[in-house]
Design a protein around this ligand. Structure first.
Ligand code: TMP
Length: 208
């Protein structure tokens, strides 16, 4: 299903790849250029989503992989229906930290569920909504881990996964980008944050 009027940009990448910094810089730039931008995220971009986020990131103990996939899909269904779609219908530019590609990479490649089934679950949840542009911040997991260590915050459930989990996630993101080159912009997340922001702006400018 097409979502009309506004523009929808998602940022993807492994933990510690700098998505939040880039989402903030992009939103600031859009607002300075006179656009109405909405910055949001998954999981947790709605009130219901914040409850789900707390379960998927902070529940102590195991969550079965299919239950985890359904929790992310439930967050997504509610977020798209109540936050993203209304914003796009108003003509806003939505800048979103993570979307369905994260489910394909983390629940598909990471937890080893079937990638097509995971993607189809999200597409069902959102009535087929896909972003206009997805920026993939690509970074090798060991550099990402060093950044997270330097942050000095306790790891959440996903961050705490081993390096081979994060290596599978990275490979899956790159495969997704290669399969849809017109939707994805892949950037080297090891570069300077301001240089990355310039690359992202140049691509976003083509969308506006
Ligand atoms: P973040 O908001 O810090 O990026 O944390 C969200 C975590 O949830 C991150 O480790 C990636 C993970 N995640 C999934 O596993 N599947 C998903 O569909 C989404 C949106 C996030």
């Amino acid at each position: 299903m097409t979502v009309a009027a506004g523009r929808w940009i998602t940022l993807e990448g492994g933990d510690g790849s700098g998505k939040s910094t880039q989402a903030a810089l992009l939103t600031e730039w859009l607002e300075e250029s006179g656009r109405t931008a909405l910055r949001t995220r998954e999981p947790g971009g709605s009130e219901v989503g914040r409850l789900i986020r707390d379960i998927v990131l902070h529940h102590r103990g195991e969550i079965a992989p299919r239950a985890e996939a359904l929790l992310y899909a439930a967050d997504r269904a509610h977020h798209v229906a109540t936050v993203v779609r209304p914003a796009l219908e108003r003509g806003d530019i939505v800048v979103q930290d993570r979307y369905l590609d994260s489910s394909v990479a983390y629940q598909g490649a990471g937890r080893v569920l079937d990638a097509t089934e995971v993607r189809d679950l999200s597409l069902w949840a959102t009535q087929g909504a896909l972003p206009d542009l997805t920026v993939l911040l690509d970074l090798d997991p060991s550099t990402a881990r060093r950044r997270l260590d330097a942050d000095d915050k306790p790891f959440d459930r996903l961050e705490a996964e081993k390096e081979d989990f994060h290596a599978r996630v990275r490979r899956a993101f790159l495969q997704l980008a290669a399969a849809e080159p017109q939707r994805f912009l892949v950037v080297d997340a090891g570069a300077d944050a301001d240089d990355i922001a310039v690359l992202i702006r140049a691509r976003v400018a083509l969308l506006l």
